[in-house]
Design a protein around this ligand. Structure first.
Ligand SMILES: *[C@@H]1O[C@H](CO)[C@@H](O)[C@H](O)[C@H]1NC(C)=O
Ligand SMILES: *[C@@H]1O[C@H](CO)[C@@H](O)[C@H](O)[C@H]1NC(C)=O
Ligand SMILES: CC(=O)N[C@H]1CO[C@H](CO)[C@@H](O)[C@@H]1O
Ligand SMILES: [Ca+2]
Ligand SMILES: [Ca+2]
Length: 198
């Protein structure tokens, strides 16, 4: 790695080889300072220097203690694990994080599509969207929304397909997704939500 931790037992003694960090500054929309903070957090959660699925699950369960976030964390991890070998390096992690937090609207929409397209074959099926919706509702937890009806996830899926599946062939393609989202004020608004969280 171009970025290294001085392994002398001092958790805070993080050293950076400048070339590696400069490259990441160019590849992402994070400043050097932000990357240093991110790296410190990353090394704290993942002393081995790579994230695995368990790390995602543990982080999400802390954010959503009242629900079961396991499935959603699994789906999310899959979009980061581009080599499909169960580990995500710091570089892959921050490049993707930059796309989510600091990318253009189209970047973010592409990223969201990729998350929903569970088998990564280029289109979203009803089954995939149902799995995603169920995982989100499980994560939120029944206690947060006690009045939530059992068919709420299904209604979400129905309205998603009603809006997005323009040619009615049962799947949503990236073209349909981008086209609908870019015309929908509400979706565009929510895409700005995560801006400048860090
Ligand atoms: C996963 O793949 C990446 C890229 O090929 C590689 O750098 C990394 O070492 C691999 N990790 C494991 C655990 O095999
Ligand atoms: C950085 O921001 C620009 C402008 O919004 C965007 O086009 C680019 O894809 C972003 N890159 C990353 C890695 O976030
Ligand atoms: C979903 C997504 O945008 N994944 C990207 C994560 O970062 C790597 C680069 O490290 C890209 O190749 C992936 O496309
Ligand atoms: Ca698919
Ligand atoms: Ca379609």
């Amino acid at each position: 790695y171009d970025i290294c931790l001085a392994d002398d037992g001092e958790l805070s003694t993080v050293c950076y080889r400048p070339e590696g960090l400069d490259r990441l500054v160019q590849q992402t929309n994070f400043s050097k300072k932000e990357l240093q903070v991110l790296y410190r957090g990353f090394k704290n959660e993942c002393p081995s220097g790579v994230v695995n699925e368990e790390t995602f699950k543990s982080i999400y369960s802390q954010f959503f203690p009242q629900g079961d976030s396991g499935m959603y964390a699994h789906f999310l991890f899959d979009t980061f694990d581009i080599h499909s070998n169960g580990t995500v390096s710091f570089e892959d992690f921050v490049i993707n994080l930059s796309i989510i937090l600091r990318g253009s609207i189209t970047d973010k929409l592409n990223w969201a599509f990729n998350l929903y397209d569970l088998n990564k074959d280029g289109c979203i099926t009803r089954e995939e969207m149902t799995d995603i919706m169920n995982s989100i509702y499980d994560m939120m937890g029944k206690y947060t929304y006690p009045s939530m009806k059992d068919n709420a996830p299904k209604e979400h899926v129905d309205s998603f397909f009603q809006k997005m599946d323009k040619n009615n062939d049962g799947v949503v393609t990236i073209e349909e997704f981008l086209d609908t989202c870019q015309k929908d004020e509400n979706i565009m608004q929510s895409m700005h939500l995560f801006d400048n969280v860090i």
